[in-house]
Design a protein around this ligand. Structure first.
Ligand SMILES: NC(=O)c1ccc[n+]([C@@H]2O[C@H](COP(=O)([O-])OP(=O)(O)OC[C@H]3O[C@@H](n4cnc5c(N)ncnc54)[C@H](OP(=O)(O)O)[C@@H]3O)[C@@H](O)[C@H]2O)c1
Length: 329
């Protein structure tokens, strides 16, 4: 038996989660049976979608789930060599035994840092790519607004729009993030929604209106976007983080009738909606990364015991770029 540690949800959060909602639990990992492998997680992902799960779908007193990148430490399965890398949904734990189902082998490009497979070249990058180009039907040179623009999804969506020659406005929650967005990521305007009402700020920042709004926030940001959308505009509804802690008490959206007047297409989506784009995404994004056309940031907490702090930090805006937890070298 080998000792491991994992994070359990022990109480359903009310509003913003607190450390007492989680527990660090020591476990023993069973010996491997025929066909099984032992995986040591190196990096795990912390994502906003996990917050609504804490209010329902996530069982109490069981290890939480989430994206992870690990190394095969021991193998009794010929399909997985010891030392090789895999991705899985088995985050929030240091070690786990698998029969191979749910493991995806990863052959990283040696010219790129391994961690990019957890964001720019992973789920959040793909969400940005498909959400903007396929759901948002972005055309070169359009006027674009992206919310949570300094986050994992938003920062990539905003930069893809810049690559496509668009005028890009981003919103974010700190002056440091505003600086990164304009000085490093190349956005035309970045707004700190905590400094002034987003509706007023967006109106001033988008004198030609907005053709595509990539919505990560909902509530007041969606309302602001609806007030400046151009005729035949598209709203790609990716997330609504402003309501994740307070289900049922979201900020009202007043400008819904503009959907009619402006013939606006509002469409929600998840990454599974455009699997045919996965291969072109991987190839194009790797090229953009290597050419320095896509920049990224990561906020990495150290150790499994810090995973709850990373979850709470994500919801409070403590991350710039992707929120990760490093579990081993
Ligand atoms: N549809 C899909 O398939 C899919 C996939 C991935 C993610 N998403 C969604 O995309 C959005 C971004 O996800 P991500 O992984 O890239 O996370 P992220 O943006 O890297 O991190 C979350 C950020 O949200 C911002 N935030 C928190 N509360 C807010 C509020 N009340 N109003 C405005 N901003 C707030 C914070 O940044 P600030 O400092 O800017 O406030 C925080 O850093 C989320 O809504 C998520 O649910 C959807």
């Amino acid at each position: 038996m080998t000792a491991s540690r994992e994070i359990h949800l022990v109480r359903r959060p009310e509003g913003m989660p607190v450390p007492e909602d989680f527990a660090l639990v020591e476990t023993q990992v069973a010996e491997l049976g025929e066909g099984e492998v032992l995986v040591r997680n190196l990096l795990m992902s912390v994502d906003p979608y996990m917050r609504p799960r804490l209010s329902g779908a996530q069982p109490l007193n069981a290890a939480m789930e989430g994206g992870a990148l690990g190394r095969i430490e021991k193998s009794r399965n010929p399909a997985f060599k010891e030392g090789s890398l895999v991705t899985s949904r088995q985050g929030f734990r240091e070690l786990f035994v698998s029969d191979g189902k749910g493991l995806t082998p990863l052959s990283p490009d040696p010219a790129l840092p391994l961690s990019v497979y957890m964001h720019v070249l992973g789920m959040t990058g793909f969400t940005a790519y498909g959400g903007l180009l396929h759901i948002g039907q972005l055309k070169d040179g359009e006027q674009v607004f992206v919310s949570t623009a300094a986050g994992a999804v938003g920062s990539i969506a905003a930069q893809i729009a810049k690559i496509k020659g668009c005028y890009v406005v981003g919103s974010t929650g700190s002056d440091d993030k505003v600086r990164w967005l304009t000085e490093e990521a190349g956005l035309d305007v970045a707004l700190n929604y905590k400094n002034e009402p987003i509706r007023k700020a967006l109106k001033a920042a988008a004198p030609k209106g907005i053709d595509v709004y990539f919505d990560n926030v909902g509530g007041d940001h969606l309302d602001a976007a609806l007030s400046v959308m151009n005729t035949l505009g598209r709203i790609a509804v990716c997330g609504m983080i402003s309501g994740y802690n307070e289900a049922g008490s979201r900020t009202p959206v007043y400008n819904l009738s503009n959907i009619i007047y402006g013939r606006i297409n509002v469409r929600g989506f998840v990454g599974a909606d455009f699997p045919h784009l996965y291969e072109p995404f991987r190839a194009e994004m790797a090229e953009w990364l290597k050419a320095g056309r896509i920049k990224y940031q990561e906020t990495i907490y150290q150790g499994i015991d810090q995973a709850p702090a990373a979850m709470i930090g994500l919801l409070k805006g403590a991350n710039t770029g992707k929120m990760l937890v490093a579990l081993a070298d």
